[in-house]
Design a binder for this molecule. Structure first.
Ligand SMILES: Cc1cc2nc3c(=O)[nH]c(=O)nc-3n(C[C@H](O)[C@H](O)[C@H](O)COP(=O)(O)OP(=O)(O)OC[C@H]3O[C@@H](n4cnc5c(N)ncnc54)[C@H](O)[C@@H]3O)c2cc1C
Length: 516
């Protein structure tokens, strides 16, 4: 009897690597836009972290990640992923991806990035690592007969009567109405839908990265973890583009400095200066901005004209905005960049719902905790894809069961501008109870009218952030500035989030009525 395929949702590094590792099992990979577009992977500039240097070990790599994670990193998972680094690079090379070599041609060149204690960042094509990686994986997938690719947007996970995930409901590319949706049964489903940056007005992510994976998993009953931890990249290039181009951290690794319009280097009084963890740099930049300053990244003192050859991607982005980094400082600001939280997964990427795995940015493995160490996410996706594929290959196939076809109105490809502005203002770099409660209240009322994935994802993040009464890692609260002594995770389900939101909305209405 022909088996149902495994369905992988997402055409970034996580989806493609999982599909390739699952061969020869039949896989249908569904991506919302043509492969190579719409995925954050293709934008990655910094590189991939792996303990390859003679002075480096996975233990040192894991230690750096745990420091960044601010008490919420899972030491076992972190060590396991760090140990998987060298093999992940080997696997990518086997897929045909060539990494930059050291000057003497002997071995892979290793770069330094913020908060890494050793040079361990592997690049492909200089700062075009993500593009090279995704192109290599797409080429490998096209050569793999077990992988079929469908362009379409997954609207819902299809559930079996016994509560496991047994397929997906997707809208093929070009179709617009819910009635055009197709039910595709699957032997298992892997979510690899990426992040949430597109929920924010200022983001480095594709604007279509609106957390549909979180919404899909939440509706299926999955537990979501640490959703409040959103990393804001401190140096998105402020040239009026939506998605904001990124000035890679590697520039600061090489010695570029941050200055305000008066030429003051405001980071030099802060431990680590420009190479402090991202949340600290983002916070310092944000505080300059709310104090009315404009902030710039200055590569001139350290790179001069060499910026064009050493960082061709950055140089090209500046040129697009009519700027020349060899002759002027480049305007920057913090922007939503990476989601540390996500769908809670176990050692093999399994979620709390049978038949559903999650890989890449949409997952919460325990590696990033409250803050991600730069260049660890591509590594995490490659490592995790191997464990997920092993788990699926060793497991028994899910029995065919009757599936319920959902009839949802397709969500927009992009979050509404007002929601994005609200996320920037109320769930942004620095939060407080008043803003978070306003966001929860507004999302709750928006959901009662239209159950958009973006609004649902925003609500889940805002409720998680409201519940964390401390500042930790990337979660900075103006009204709870201290870090509590005992680190704890925030776990939430859709039912709990909706209940919290309903209670909050009702109490606000009561307060307004009492006031009236
Ligand atoms: C500018 C930038 C630079 C970065 N630099 C680095 C770096 O140097 N090193 C590093 O480690 N990390 C970096 N990151 C982070 C890293 O790129 C991402 O975390 C990683 O690529 C995520 O991979 P992914 O496969 O999980 O998601 P993505 O690559 O975002 O892919 C998600 C896929 O899911 C699809 N999808 C989403 N929803 C649906 C749906 N409902 N139906 C069908 N398909 C859907 C999308 O179309 C897309 O194909 C960077 C991120 C950005 C934005």
């Amino acid at each position: 009897m022909r088996q149902n395929p495994i369905i992988v949702i997402g055409g970034g590094i996580a989806g493609l690597a999982t599909a390739l590792r699952l061969a020869p099992l039949p896989v249908v990979l569904i991506a919302a836009s043509p492969l190579g577009t719409g995925a954050a992977t293709s934008l990655a500039q910094g590189g991939i972290a792996a303990a390859l240097g003679d002075d480096d070990t996975p233990l040192l790599h894991a230690d750096d990640a745990l420091v960044a994670a601010a008490g919420l990193g899972d030491p076992t998972m972190t060590q396991r992923i760090a140990e998987a680094g060298p093999a992940a690079i080997d696997w990518l090379r086997e897929q045909g991806i060539g990494f930059d070599r050291a000057g003497d041609g002997d071995g892979i060149a290793l770069g330094l990035e913020a908060a890494h204690s050793r040079r361990r960042i592997v690049h492909a094509g200089g700062d075009r690592t993500g593009r090279r990686v995704i192109d290599g994986l797409i080429a490998a997938a096209h050569k793999t007969p077990s992988i079929s690719v469908i362009e379409g947007k997954v609207l819902d996970l299809a559930m079996t009567a016994n509560g496991s995930v047994g397929g997906v409901v997707y809208l093929p590319a070009g179709a617009r109405q819910a009635s055009d949706a197709v039910l595709l049964p699957g032997r298992g489903v892997v979510l690899a839908t990426g992040g949430i940056g597109g929920l924010y007005a200022h983001t480095t992510n594709p604007v279509t990265a609106i957390g549909t994976g979180l919404a899909l998993a939440a509706r299926a009953g999955a537990v979501l973890r640490d959703l409040e931890f959103v990393q804001f990249h401190p140096t998105a290039i402020a040239i009026g583009r939506d998605r904001m181009p990124l000035a890679t951290e590697a520039l600061r690794g090489e010695g570029a400095i941050l200055v305000n319009a008066r030429g003051e280097r405001f980071m030099d009084a802060i431990p680590g200066a420009e190479l402090a963890p991202r949340d600290i740099v983002a916070n310092a930049v944000f505080r300059q901005i709310i104090a009315g300053e404009q902030v710039f990244l200055d590569t001139r003192p350290i790179l001069g004209q060499a910026v064009h050859t050493r960082f061709p991607g950055f140089s090209a982005l500046c040129t697009l905005g009519g700027l020349d980094p060899a002759n002027q400082a480049i305007p920057i600001r913090p922007a939503a960049h990476y989601h540390m939280g996500g769908v809670k997964v176990g050692a093999s990427g399994q979620t709390t719902v049978p038949g559903l795995w999650a890989c890449g940015e949409v997952a919460s493995t325990g590696l990033h905790g409250a803050n991600r160490l730069a260049s660890n996410s591509l590594l995490e996706a490659v490592a995790q894809s191997g464990w997920i594929a092993e788990d699926i290959k060793s497991g028994t196939a899910f029995k065919a069961a009757r599936l319920e076809q959902a009839r949802r109105t397709p969500s927009m490809g992009q979050a509404h501008a007002s929601l994005r502005r609200q996320m920037d203002r109320d769930v942004g770099v620095v939060r407080d109870a008043a803003g978070l409660q306003r966001a929860i209240h507004d999302c709750w009322f928006a959901l009662t009218e239209n159950a958009q994935d973006a609004t649902l994802a925003a609500l889940l993040i805002a409720v998680s952030a409201e519940r964390r009464h401390e500042s930790r890692g990337a979660h900075q609260r103006a009204d709870h500035t201290r870090t509590s002594g005992t680190p704890r995770h925030t776990e939430i389900t859709l039912t709990e989030a909706l209940e919290s939101a309903r209670e909050l909305a009702e109490s606000r209405i009561e307060a307004m009525e009492a006031f009236a």
